[in-house]
Write a protein that binds this ligand. Sequence first.
Ligand SMILES: Nc1ncnc2c1ncn2[C@@H]1O[C@H](COP(=O)(O)OP(=O)(O)OP(=O)(O)O)[C@@H](O)[C@H]1O
Length: 270
Amino acid sequence: MAQIFEGWTETVGKPTLASNARMSARGVDVFYGDKQAIFGVDLDIGKNQVLAMIGPSGCGKSTFLRTLNRMNDTIDICQIKGEIKLDEENIYGKKMDVVNLRARVGMVFQKPNPFPKSIYDNVAYGPRIHGLVTRKAELDEVVETALRKASIWDEVKDRLDQPATGLSGGQQQRLCIARTIAVSPEVILMDEPCSALDPIATARIEELITELAENYTIAIVTHSMQQAARVSQRTAYFHLGRLVEVGDTDKIFTAPEHRLTEDYITGRFG
Ligand SMILES: Nc1ncnc2c1ncn2[C@@H]1O[C@H](COP(=O)(O)OP(=O)(O)OP(=O)(O)O)[C@@H](O)[C@H]1O
């Protein structure tokens, strides 16, 4: 069998798939123009589970994450092959409404990106455009519930009409999580959500991820192995666009099956 790159051949066993998949990817390839960034990835995200995606810079973690809610559609040169299902529905199918998909599979970005609007309007925006509520009282309730679930209600309840940009970085990120939650997603994708935050704000977001996993399915890209170990139940290790190994987080960090994973988690590589 051909060696694809040092330490890895196609003979490596197929990754363990989740028995309770909410999302499943099969044979996913991603190209930017002529350059292939993701190669034949098979991966499941289990219901009410946190899946961490780790690997060296440029290995394709963010690219793969963005395929899960078609965020890559916004990049002209990006092409995707293979199949990704959300609850048995092909998200790249002709009938899929992409705006609706992105509400069902919400995304939280590396840098908090609140809209230049009030705290209230940031959270109310999604429910309004998706027509989820008709009356003001209902909208107030949706906003309060989302802010409570994102553990920020107590800090903002007396300043809902003030600009979101006046909040601290950590508060802005929790507000962005509230904005995602407000449209009742099934899955939340997080692309290094703590990389712009200090350790205290990071700890709050990590606690929040653990709480949210009771009700949502979460996939998180992180550069921090400690963070992956703290928040996730399953971890996927990517290397040069390939998924090398996925399994229980405890096992990946204590007894990985593949040498490439071991080299990365022990700091010999990356
Ligand atoms: N918009 C783009 N256009 C062209 N190539 C891209 C684009 N985005 C990513 N790539 C390339 O795809 C590959 C995977 O990048 P990606 O950002 O997904 O990796 P990553 O593992 O998330 O990296 P990092 O940890 O540094 O964020 C890289 O070679 C990168 O240069």
